[in-house]
Design a protein. Structure first.
Length: 305
């Protein structure tokens, strides 16, 4: 059985096993109490005694059943964790051996789920303000960039594969020259200034350590109260786990990602999964966003559609 197929089977077992617990404690205890009280009214209480003993035996068997289920759950979870280690090693090897090229980045952009893209655009639109600078990480061909137009200024981190001409051509000349700033080194960005950061269609294909390294930089770039919106691959859903087959996506889970962002100092605002296969998370740097800007830019900025 292939690695991902085995993980899907184990994950299914963990979900389905929860359906087979016996929820009879209350009924058994209620029946025991009732017939113990009733027993005192009968001279011949042999039937009551046998019923009480039977109930006690059922309760003991039920407790043993719960213990066995818990042991099976633990063993299955352990086997799944063993498979996780294998797929983690696979992902790290692939990440080191096969660096993304522009053609691959474009292919991934073409397969970006439209419903997910719209959900993230709405989220970013709700938290973006002209008072705060924004940054998009790894914009590839800029499929998402113009959704951050309200950020002033708008920064792009281009440390990975990016077609800057494709990105810049989505804006008019004024915006390209006066409002859009691109750097490939995190040290070149103003620290503690960004009001919003976004990463779309990137972390789905990375192992955990590179994600963690980039998120450390994002935390330093954000001002207190700044938001970070990112997509990732939540393999707690079977559809997302299935996308790890054929070395397409990297393995990750909502639990792993949540622990990572909290360890880095972020607060989780909310998480969402679109069509059980496309996930994003909104996290926040602790604090409240404040600004000294008193007015929006006086120049109207038009995008090129």
């Amino acid at each position: 059985m292939k690695l991902v197929e085995k993980m899907i089977l184990l994950a299914q077992m963990l979900r389905e096993n929860k359906k087979y617990t016996l929820d009879i404690d209350f009924n058994l205890q209620t029946q025991l109490d009732y017939f113990r009280n009733q027993k005192n009214t009968f001279k011949d209480d042999s039937l009551h005694s046998e019923l009480i003993d039977t109930n006690a035996q059922i309760l003991a068997l039920k407790n043993r059943n719960d213990e066995l289920l818990e042991q099976i759950h633990g063993r299955t979870k352990g086997l799944l964790r063993d498979e996780e280690l294998k797929i983690f090693r696979r992902d790290y090897n692939l990440y080191q051996e096969h660096k993304p090229n522009y053609e691959l980045m474009i292919e991934r952009s073409e397969h970006l789920d439209e419903e997910l893209l719209q959900a993230v655009k709405l989220e970013v639109g709700n938290i973006s303000r002209w008072e705060y600078a924004g940054i998009e990480l790894n914009p590839s061909n800029g499929i998402f960039t113009r959704s951050m137009l309200s950020c002033d200024p708008l920064y792009l981190y281009t440390g990975n594969v990016t077609d800057m001409d494709a990105v810049r051509n989505r804006f008019n000349e004024f915006f390209r020259e006066k409002r859009l700033f691109c750097y490939s080194n995190f040290k070149d960005f103003p620290q503690d200034q960004m009001g919003v950061a976004v990463s779309v269609n990137c972390y789905e294909f990375w192992p955990l350590d590179p994600i963690k390294d980039e998120m450390k930089h994002v935390f330093n770039l954000l001002r207190p109260g700044g938001m970070f919106v990112f997509t990732y691959n939540d393999c707690e859903t079977e559809a997302s786990l299935d996308l790890c087959a054929n070395n397409y996506r990297s393995y990750n889970t909502k639990e792993l990602m949540s622990k990572m962002v909290e360890m880095l100092g972020f607060d989780i605002v909310r998480t969402e999964c679109i069509r059980k296969a496309h996930s994003f998370m909104v996290v926040k740097k602790p604090g409240e966003r404040t600004t000294q800007k008193l007015s929006a830019p006086l120049v109207t900025i038009n995008t090129q559609f």
